[in-house]
Design a protein around this ligand. Structure first.
Ligand SMILES: Cc1ncc(COP(=O)(O)O)c(C=O)c1O
Length: 346
């Protein structure tokens, strides 16, 4: 058999559906409904033939420096990556020996088990309670921990003191995946600065409205970041991602304005859903995780919405099977969502 034995039993990550069509409402992959900064398009317009002909900066130096400045750290503490997914994958290769133990919450980002399998690591799942809180064990006995903060799909954030506790109880490296943090009340960057074992990953896919360019970054102690530089692809981000990312980072007010709009819409939709009988988790993200009213079937609602070209996400399973995950779009989009939801429930 020409395929390596360890690859044969693997299951690829299944991303949210990317349907194509005219009249569809796509609230299933937590993309940003607002456009990216106009500065992004200016940057693209300035690309020259030479920019395309030559290789890009191998480390995305200019972008790294801008990110470092944004967070008040040194450029040696930053690694830019091909989506934050690449950052997560690099960590599984750098911080665990073969057969090492990787921890993550269940439910959380479903890519973690896939990456752990690819790296041939032992998966250690830490189940959440029925209300999606975490009773952290006295010892978190793993070599590396993926913590989605705020969590997906639950939309909830742990407190800073819980994360400090995790750092105390886990002797391995802890990666805090802050994909949604711009929509939350606070980040763990200050905690990361004070730790020699904590890393943070960020993405341009959500708050910066740039899922299409595949750009993310990692921040952490220079010693750990240096290790990751040794194993990354030579040119892991291209010239488009580097220039677009730089323009986006330099236009914080655009990003923050969109985030403020989404947070406002999020609260309005959460109230509307609550009034119609859903139990809505207090979201710190750009999506809502909402339990359907008693006696209703989440999967059926999901399918009925889908038939009407309204795409949300449904995660079958004991803990999540009564919930829908709904990305927050524009006010207009969410009005349509609420109307369509009413129609499929009556
Ligand atoms: C928790 C979490 N981390 C990381 C990512 C991936 O981000 P990127 O698009 O930068 O690969 C996602 C995407 O949905 C996510 O939900």
């Amino acid at each position: 058999m020409p395929i390596r034995q360890s690859i044969q039993p693997l299951h690829a990550y299944v991303p949210g559906e990317q349907p194509a069509g005219q009249d569809l409402l796509k609230l299933n992959t937590n993309e940003n409904a607002y456009p990216p900064s106009p500065k992004v398009f200016e940057a693209l317009g300035k690309l020259t033939s030479d920019d395309l002909r030559k290789y890009p900066q191998p480390t995305g130096k200019d972008l790294c420096e801008a990110i470092a400045q944004l967070h008040g750290i040194s450029a040696e503490q930053v690694l830019v990556t091909n989506g934050s997914d690449e950052a997560l994958a690099l960590c599984t290769r750098a911080f665990c020996e073969h057969g090492g133990r990787v921890g993550y919450l269940k439910p959380s980002y479903s890519l973690y088990p896939v990456l752990s399998d690819i790296a041939e690591l032992e998966k250690v799942e830490f189940p959440l309670e029925a209300d999606f809180s975490w009773k952290m064990p006295e010892q978190v006995d793993v070599d590396f921990f993926f913590l989605t903060q705020p969590n997906a799909p639950t939309s909830l954030a742990l407190s800073r003191s819980q994360i400090e506790e995790l750092l105390q109880r886990c002797s391995g490296e802890v990666l805090v995946d802050e994909a949604y943090v711009d929509f939350a009340d606070g980040s763990m960057v200050e905690l990361m600065k004070a730790s020699d074992r904590m890393l943070i990953s960020r993405t341009f896919s959500k708050s910066y409205s740039l899922a299409g360019i595949r750009l993310g970054y990692l921040m952490g102690p220079a010693k750990l970041i240096e290790a990751l530089y040794k194993i990354k692809d030579s040119y892991n981000t291209d010239i488009f991602a580097q220039r677009v990312g730089l323009a986006a980072v330099q236009d914080q007010s655009w990003m923050l304005q969109n985030v403020t709009a989404i947070r406002g819409t999020r609260e309005r939709v959460a109230k509307a859903l609550t009034v119609s009988g859903f139990s809505v988790m207090p979201s710190q993200t750009n999506f809502l995780f909402a339990k359907v009213p008693e006696g209703e079937d989440a999967q059926k609602i999901f399918e009925a919405l889908r038939d009407r070209q309204v795409f949300v996400r449904y995660f079958p399973g004991e803990l999540t099977g009564d919930y829908l995950r709904i990305t927050i779009g524009t006010d207009e989009q969410m009005d349509r969502f609420l109307d369509e939801l009413d129609s499929v429930r009556t």
